[in-house]
Design a protein around this ligand. Structure first.
Ligand SMILES: Nc1nc2c(ncn2[C@@H]2O[C@H](COP(=O)(O)OP(=O)(O)OP(=O)(O)O)[C@@H](O)[C@H]2O)c(=O)[nH]1
Ligand SMILES: [Mg+2]
Ligand SMILES: [Zn+2]
Length: 380
């Protein structure tokens, strides 16, 4: 830790189980790794809501982690969170040992969204318990979370939910039928990938159930955007080698609706995983997720994948209107031609994006996906 960059901030410690109000600048900056926040003002504001029990002055380093004088950091071990279940996280350290970890209370106090203090894929430092409890796994405390790169986040009940951290790619898994293909959801995922600094890969599954010829236009459209697109079938094995190649030596999160075949595909790629997939007797039960927690899985080809529970909808978190066009690379050629430099391509006159859509230079579907992203944002 670089002591030159350390900074004293006053933090509000929350009572257990009390959620702070939204928009706490300190907590937001903490997640972004920026320590320039006016902690005193932030503390003032949250105190008026009555959620805070006490304050404490702590030293925070450049990464936003709290320094602890007198604490023996030499005993800490670096590790990776591979699963989060309730209040506990499973962390694997370099020698392969797995610890059952809880999160230090002060760390919790600093972060707005309790669900994302520690997430699957996080790189953390843990302090093993001195007296090992007689449980299956040794226990430890997560003391520090490294800044995240490559994240899949969504807005969930007006909070930021970081689904997975420190991955390179997002495999957008869609089924062609059962459930039907949802192109707008694909476009949303592509935007989420760019926002989280992830490379999107599109996987269209259950190819055995459809006539591939009908799908050429949609496959072509995404290939034109430079997004690797694979047509797969977990049942027949079609496209599985191609998908395996795209995953080798990279860290990839699999995401998509429930029942599209994410776990089935991972089992096809690496059969010994034996991930639980929906069985025939369960297939009539709607709205049930077979995979219930995001889990980091090591691949034989090198690299990692994260199997995640299905999502129904994907709302982008904390996105400004002028950011959205940046997530639509196909709009890029037209944006500079709009009459207004701050054109949002919705209601403005002289909008080059809208006229490109009218002339079929841009896909109407993509444009509607673009408009759809604003609908979600207005609710925030
Ligand atoms: N015909 C056909 N069925 C498939 C294919 N892939 C998966 N399935 C079936 O689709 C159902 C759902 O598969 P899962 O792998 O559990 O789907 P999931 O995306 O992991 O779902 P969640 O874990 O709930 O998010 C199972 O009954 C699979 O057997 C495929 O390529 N073809
Ligand atoms: Mg699954
Ligand atoms: Zn415009």
């Amino acid at each position: 830790m670089d002591t030159d960059k350390n900074k004293k901030v006053r933090v509000a410690l929350r009572r257990n189980r009390t959620k702070p109000p939204r928009g706490n600048d300190l907590t937001r900056d903490y997640e972004g790794g920026d320590t320039q926040s006016d902690a005193a003002e932030s503390g003032e504001r949250v105190r008026t809501k009555g959620a805070i029990s006490r304050h404490r002055t702590v030293t925070v380093d450049a990464a936003g982690n709290v320094a602890m004088p007198g604490v023996d950091v030499a005993a800490w071990l670096p590790g990776r969170v591979f699963r989060v279940h309730g209040l506990f996280s499973s962390v694997e350290v370099e020698d392969g040992r797995v610890f059952r970890c809880s999160v230090r209370r002060l760390l919790k106090s600093l972060v707005t969204d309790e669900r994302s203090i520690v997430t699957t894929g996080d790189r953390v430092w843990i302090r093993p318990a001195v007296e090992a409890a007689p449980t299956d796994l040794p226990e430890a405390m997560i003391e520090r979370v490294e800044p995240r790169h490559g994240v899949l986040t969504r807005s969930s009940r007006r909070r930021e939910h970081v689904l997975v951290a420190n991955v390179d790619q997002l495999a957008i898994v869609m089924s062609l039928v059962q459930p039907d293909l949802k192109p707008h959801l694909i476009d949303r995922y592509i935007a989420a990938a760019y926002k989280g600094d992830l490379k999107p890969v599109l996987c269209l599954n259950k190819a055995d159930l459809t006539d591939a010829a009908e799908l050429q236009p949609i496959i072509g459209a995404y290939a034109q955007l430079g997004i690797p697109t694979v047509l797969t079938s977990a049942r027949t094995g079609q496209g599985v080698d191609q998908l395996r190649e795209l995953l080798a030596n990279r860290a990839t999160v699999f995401s998509g609706q429930s029942g599209v075949g994410k776990s089935s595909l991972l089992n096809a790629i690496q059969p010994e995983l034996a991930l639980r997939v929906k069985t025939v007797s369960e297939s009539n039960e709607k709205g049930r997720h077979t995979t219930t927690t995001a889990e980091l899985i090591r691949l034989d080809t090198g690299g990692w994948v994260v199997d995640t529970p299905g999502v129904r909808q994907l709302q982008l978190w904390d996105t400004r209107a002028e950011e959205v066009e940046g997530y639509f690379p196909d709009f890029r050629a037209f944006v500079p031609l709009c009459a207004f430099p701050d054109c949002t391509h919705r209601h403005e006159t002289g909008c080059a994006v809208k006229s490109a859509v009218a002339r079929h230079y841009l896909s109407e579907r993509r444009y509607h996906s673009y408009l759809g992203l604003f609908d979600g944002m207005n609710e925030e």
